[in-house]
Design a protein around this ligand. Structure first.
Ligand SMILES: Cc1cc2nc3c(=O)[nH]c(=O)nc-3n(C[C@H](O)[C@H](O)[C@H](O)COP(=O)(O)OP(=O)(O)OC[C@H]3O[C@@H](n4cnc5c(N)ncnc54)[C@H](O)[C@@H]3O)c2cc1C
Length: 338
């Protein structure tokens, strides 16, 4: 276990916020985590702590005057192997994209569309990461966690209550459980999902679809569309796409005929937040050192030296303008850490 005070977090958040944590603790095993949770150091910080992964969905408002916990549990084991699937039990600190690479190399299907998403395994189960028509909950079998008293609990997929970029760990159980392992069910026969954007065209240009071809195509599309956080600090999509009643959408459509939507159920539709941001004129615009990316309106960027407060202010201005024009409230997907 490593423990540091006044610890720099610059390498631990993709928005490139140069902030510090009063205490930073990284544990290597479930035993080490339980040991720390029963320590006086944890007792002192019990009311002010956050567990981070790779910090790719966080925005620190400033220095964090509390405890930052991080998992360095990196194990990966096959816990069940049948003719149809393998269950992989993976440590929460395992890098997500390394897991995708492992699965593609071992001909295990299900997460190839989620290639190149930053972050770690623990957060994948908190965030219900998704891309190109796939959500990680499609392959999650169960989630292993520890409560703050050190008691283990296994959550079935149903108990995780997954929704769009949502889970019980983001709501009722936020800050109450630490995820230590995730068990994924990966299939031996791929069921390719290529219906999103130009994925099919890209994959089929290389011949019959393979897991490797999908991974390469998804990675190439993402590289061409999204700013690399190492070059331009960002946390991917800043806002979730708002879900609104169909009636409200129909009224808007009569006023703004181009407004796009995706059906959710009989009474609700999802409106792309990027379209709304672009149509209130924020795409490519800056506010101080914070800006809206010029190719991808859903991504807010740190142009260099921005503070968390500046990014939050920009986000606030954008949502105000969208509400004024469309009557739709957009909410950040990114977790504000204050
Ligand atoms: C360039 C870019 C592109 C992105 N593209 C996508 C995309 O296509 N789809 C998508 O869904 N997301 C995307 N994201 C967002 C991000 O990658 C995901 O949300 C990812 O799951 C965050 O992982 P992380 O390890 O960085 O978690 P962090 O950002 O560190 O934490 C996220 C949340 O998980 C909690 N958490 C982390 N680890 C644990 C744990 N072990 N136990 C309990 N709670 C924990 C944290 O407290 C926090 O609430 C993108 C981000 C970037 C920068």
């Amino acid at each position: 276990m490593q423990q540091y005070t006044n610890y720099p977090l610059l390498q631990h958040n993709t928005f490139q916020m140069d902030v510090r944590a009063a205490l930073y603790v990284e544990y290597n095993s479930v035993d080490e985590l339980c040991q720390f949770l029963s320590s006086t150091d944890f007792e002192h910080h019990r009311n002010r702590f956050i567990h981070i992964g790779a910090g790719s969905n966080l925005l620190f408002a400033g220095d964090y005057n509390g405890l930052v916990l991080h998992s360095a549990i990196h194990d990966l084991e096959v816990v069940e192997d049948t003719s149809e699937y393998q269950l992989l039990r993976v440590g929460s600190g395992y890098v997500w994209d390394d897991l995708v690479a492992y699965c593609v190399d071992h001909k295990l299907a299900g997460i190839e569309n989620l290639s190149a998403i930053p972050g770690e395994v623990g957060a994948s189960a908190v965030q219900n990461i998704g891309a190109y028509g796939v959500e990680v909950c499609d392959v999650i079998d169960r989630v292993e966690a520890i409560d703050l008293q050190g008691t283990p609990r296994i959550f079935t997929k149903e108990e995780c209550q997954y929704g769009y970029r949502d889970s019980i760990f983001k709501r009722e159980l936020r800050g109450k459980y630490i995820i230590t392992h995730v068990v994924y069910r990966l299939m031996k026969s791929p069921a390719f999902k290529l219906g999103y954007g130009d994925l099919r065209a890209r994959v089929e240009a290389e011949g019959d679809p393979t897991l490797d071809a999908v991974r390469k195509a998804v990675t190439a599309i993402r590289d061409s569309k999204l700013p690399n956080p190492k070059e331009l600090g960002n946390a991917g999509s800043f806002f979730t796409n708002p879900v609104i009643p169909r009636e409200q959408y129909d009224t808007l459509k009569s006023k703004f005929p181009d407004i796009p939507s995706y059906p959710i159920d009989e009474t609700h539709v999802k409106v792309p937040a990027g379209w709304l941001i672009e149509h209130v004129g924020w795409k490519g615009r800056a506010l101080g050192h914070a800006a809206v990316h010029d190719r991808q309106a859903l991504v807010l960027v740190n142009k260099g030296g921005a503070t968390g407060a500046e990014i939050m202010q920009l986000a606030h201005r954008i949502s105000q303008d969208i509400y004024a024009q469309y009557g739709i409230r957009i909410v950040p997907e990114v977790n504000y850490i204050q």
